[in-house]
Design a protein around this ligand. Structure first.
Ligand SMILES: Cc1cc2nc3c(=O)[nH]c(=O)nc-3n(C[C@H](O)[C@H](O)[C@H](O)COP(=O)(O)O)c2cc1C
Length: 387
């Protein structure tokens, strides 16, 4: 029988396998935070400081981690987060990752900055698809993208609102991992020293469709990753307000999710503007290094929205126990970013499947160990917050 473990037993193993296969600059681009990586490490430290309090002598012989999220049943309480670079991690990595999510019965979120056309992901992966986007300064271009996602059958729109300006990521500058990509002696040597990625990923693009490009950007701005900076029309937008959410509510018939809120008041505003869900997120510690851990903010956000909208949380969730902690504190589901991305980077679809298998097995084990047979039974009484 085929060994589906790939010899990788935790999400930390997936990260290490990705580190070995990817050029150093690309690995840092995918793995690190911003500034001093404080928020990224704090996410982990905070999750580790929250404890679970088990109940015993409960018959846990039959367990399920199924949930109903935004009106739809799913087999696990996690969602694959949008990570713009899955298609750089592996040849057509977005399709690999989306297929893995479909196999595990969970939603996959495609990032607008991905390398594979959204229509192809829909046609070749299926499953429950969510579309993430940043609102471009020329809003009509974003609205066009949204219409494409609707026509391709994407069920939810994820509007990321936490990046009005580019984050401080000095490591990308040092590595030459900028937009446009700059060829330097350092990064060319880096790429040559990672032949598995060079041949298996970059090489496959070069002999098929050419240098990877932002396939979901409007045709006239669809630059190769090595091309000149994109024009103003598709840069980050620092003029956005809650009116944009109200307008999206009118435009988008499916589920509307606002990603990147941290303040309880913003969660309430999202509900007021007609959003169906928020993602409580500090972008995995990649945007504001002084931001707090989402597991600490979660109880306040849950209390503020009073079940008016769905609360999804992300940033730092590497273990099944982390996911269970968030669910017990009132989250409806958890998004996971780097771990499935590392899985994809290490072994394509098999690696993405392995990442989700690890979460599934760990969630299942932790539920049993704390005396719960379903997610519905979880509540704050299972959690001890740090004093
Ligand atoms: C390499 C990388 C690229 C990302 N790209 C996007 C993106 O394009 N849009 C977005 O909303 N979030 C993006 N994110 C953030 C994730 O959606 C998610 O919030 C974060 O990864 C969660 O933290 P975790 O990686 O610790 O699980 C990205 C994250 C990573 C690691």
């Amino acid at each position: 029988m085929k060994d589906t473990t790939l010899g990788l037993y935790s999400t930390h193993d997936l990260r290490e396998a990705a580190r070995r296969r990817l050029p150093h600059g690309l690995f840092e681009f995918m793995d690190r935070g911003n500034d001093d990586d404080v928020a990224m490490h704090h996410n982990r430290a905070a999750l580790e400081s929250v404890k679970l309090v088990p109940r015993v002598l409960v018959d846990v012989s039959k367990r399920s981690q199924e949930i109903t999220l935004l009106g739809k049943k799913q087999k696990m309480p996690i969602i694959v987060a949008p990570t713009g670079s899955a298609g750089l991690a592996w040849y057509e990595g977005e399709i690999a990752l989306a297929r893995a999510a479909a196999a595990y019965g969970i939603p996959f979120t495609l990032a607008s900055g991905s390398m594979t056309k959204l229509e192809r992901v829909a046609a070749e992966a299926g499953g429950t698809l969510w579309m993430q986007f940043y609102m471009w300064p020329d809003r009509s271009l974003s609205h066009h993208l949204i219409a494409r996602a609707r026509d391709a059958g994407f069920e939810a729109l994820v509007f990321t609102v936490d990046t009005p300006v580019a984050p401080g990521r000095e490591y990308n500058l040092r590595n030459g991992f900028t937009i446009p990509f700059r060829f330097t002696r350092r990064n060319v040597t880096d790429v040559l020293m990672h032949p598995r990625w060079l041949i298996g990923t970059l090489g496959r693009y070069l002999v098929t469709t050419g240098m990877p490009r932002y396939e979901n950007f409007p045709p006239n701005t669809q630059t190769r990753i090595t091309a000149l900076p994109m024009g103003r029309s598709t840069a980050l937008n620092n003029t956005l307000t809650w009116d944009d959410v109200r307008q999206l509510r009118k435009l988008w018939p499916g589920k509307l999710i606002v990603k990147g809120i941290q303040h309880p008041r913003d969660a309430v505003l999202a509900a007021d503007c007609g959003a169906d869900a928020v993602v409580l997120s500090n972008h995995g510690g990649r945007v504001l290094d002084a931001s707090g851990a989402t597991i600490h903010a979660l109880p306040r956000v849950v209390e503020a929205v009073k079940k008016r909208i769905t609360v999804i949380v992300d940033s730092g969730f590497r273990r099944g126990s982390d996911v269970v902690k968030a669910l017990a504190l009132g989250a409806d589901a958890v998004m996971v970013g780097r771990a499935p991305l590392h899985g994809t980077a290490s072994a394509g679809e098999a690696g993405a499947l392995r990442a989700l298998q690890i979460y599934r097995d760990e969630i299942d084990r932790v539920l049993a160990l704390i005396g719960c047979t379903s997610v519905a039974e979880l509540g704050p009484e299972y959690v001890e917050m740090p004093r």
